[in-house]
Design a protein around this ligand. Structure first.
Ligand code: IMP
Length: 433
């Protein structure tokens, strides 16, 4: 039974919520392997919207185990808010056998109030990169500097105090330099104390849990957050997040060896969006960009910021196919392009050194996209369940994308509802490799 990895192939917000939801319907376990409350999925429960930042959308399936793995950074207060919301809506975090089905790695790192403070203060300055200000970057900094606080420290208040004291000492000159007073150890501990008791029973050795599930042949979805171009190693550095949202990050963040992964699916929107600063060569600054933002409801689910919008970038997509080793692509939000007179797609770049079909990562501020143009379509796509039911113009667009990306489609999403989907292959029953 396969373990599949789902990653964003662009700058995040590729519509993971819906696709992960489709794949988790039959999954035994869904694992978030990186990032933290900088992500956000909007779930619809009984007609009511619920935004989750940490908990995977698999929580809506009564018998799916949801794991927050050690590659994540977790703000205990955000997690408890989500737990409260789930409870309020009657979503149970134990399965039908009475087993806990929401589990959190004791090695995931804790986002503490000083991380959020530093993230916010830095964003006021010249070096701002448009983060979500949730403390994600500073928390990963502490982890790599080997002065972070793993959630397991919640079991031992003396150790927790010691680790927090050490981290605050390190942050103090930086916070002062940013014009603020550092928080005291006591107030920091007091801020997390109410969530400590709620989180303690959820803590597990998630690596052992996930690896056992893999060995037992369970169906597992390793759910990425953010996207390839936000990867700290492979993205548009320094305008990136501080984790590894690419497929390799699934292995590291969940503690699953690469040989155990059966399939890697990349999600790509039929156009491109980006939140925050950084290069975006196919960005639109006109009515078409505005229309895509409006029709596609392209506003950040964490910060509410309007997303920057632009045409699909095939050099970037080819890059994502390579860097993640994608077996298949799920293309989302094709319906958002309906009604445009013309649909464009970037097929290459003109750079100071000539034309290239690759993504000139180091020169993105100095390139000119080369576009191919397609006639648009006016027909509503929502009812299409096969490729043949799509208008010929939409089909030609998809054919070009698939050919140029060099990666087959596994799914085409033609509307926000879960059944508004053309399913071409089921990764659980017909693995791609
Ligand atoms: P951070 O992850 O909050 O440090 O933000 C770093 C960059 O990643 C900013 O440009 C954010 O807008 C972007 N980012 C972080 N998480 C997401 C996400 O889930 N979707 C889209 N962009 C994100």
């Amino acid at each position: 039974m396969p373990a599949i990895v789902i990653v964003g192939a662009q700058w995040g917000d590729e519509g993971k919520g819906k696709i992960v939801d489709i794949y988790t319907e039959r999954a035994d376990m869904v694992v978030r392997f990186g990032g933290g409350p900088n992500a956000g999925h909007t779930l619809v429960v009984g007609g009511e919207k619920l935004v989750v930042r940490l908990v995977p959308s698999g929580i809506l399936r009564a018998d799916t185990t949801c794991v927050l793995a050690q590659g994540m950074v977790i703000d205990p207060r955000s997690l408890v808010t989500e737990l409260d919301e789930l409870e309020r809506r009657g979503i149970r975090t134990v399965d039908s056998a009475g087993e806990r089905r929401l589990l959190v790695s004791d090695r995931a790192h804790v986002i503490l109030p000083y991380h959020v403070l530093v993230d916010g203060l830095r964003e006021k300055g010249k070096g701002a990169i448009g983060t979500t200000k949730r403390g994600v970057g500073p928390c990963y900094e502490d982890k790599v500097a080997r002065r972070g606080v793993p959630l397991g420290a919640f079991r031992d208040p003396a150790r927790l105090r010691e680790l927090v004291t050490r981290a605050i000492e390190a942050w103090t000159p930086i916070i002062r330099d940013l014009g603020e007073a550092p928080p005291s150890v006591d107030e920091t501990l007091a801020a997390v104390e109410p969530s400590r008791a709620r989180i303690l029973p959820l803590l597990v050795d998630s690596q052992a849990l996930v690896e056992r599930a893999v060995r037992e042949g369970k169906k597992i979805v390793l759910e990425g957050a953010q996207g390839t171009l936000l990867d700290v190693d492979h993205g548009t550095y320094p305008f990136v997040t501080s984790s590894t949202p690419t497929a390799g990050g699934a292995c590291v963040g969940a503690g699953v060896g690469p040989t155990r992964i059966d399939e890697v699916v990349g999600l790509v929107k039929a156009y491109t969006t980006r939140v925050g600063g950084g290069p975006f060569p196919t960005e639109l600054h006109d009515d078409v960009g505005e229309r895509i933002r409006k029709v596609g409801a392209e506003f950040g689910s964490v910060t509410g910021r309007p997303r920057r919008t632009g045409w699909l970038d095939l050099p970037a997509l080819r890059y994502a196919v390579r860097v993640n080793g994608l077996d298949a692509l799920a293309i989302t939000k094709l319906d958002v392009l309906t009604g445009l007179d013309e649909v464009k797609v970037c097929v290459a770049y003109d750079t100071p050194r000539g034309r290239t079909r690759d993504l000139p990562m180091d020169e993105l501020d100095h390139v000119t996209p080369v576009y191919e143009s397609f006639p648009g379509w006016k027909q509503d796509l929502a009812g299409a369940r096969t490729m043949a039911e799509l208008p010929a113009e939409a089909r030609s667009y998809l054919e070009l994308v698939e050919r140029e990306a060099g990666c087959p489609f596994i799914l085409v999403s033609v509307g926000p509802a879960r059944d508004e989907t053309i399913v071409l292959r089921d990764p659980f029953t017909t693995p791609g490799r």
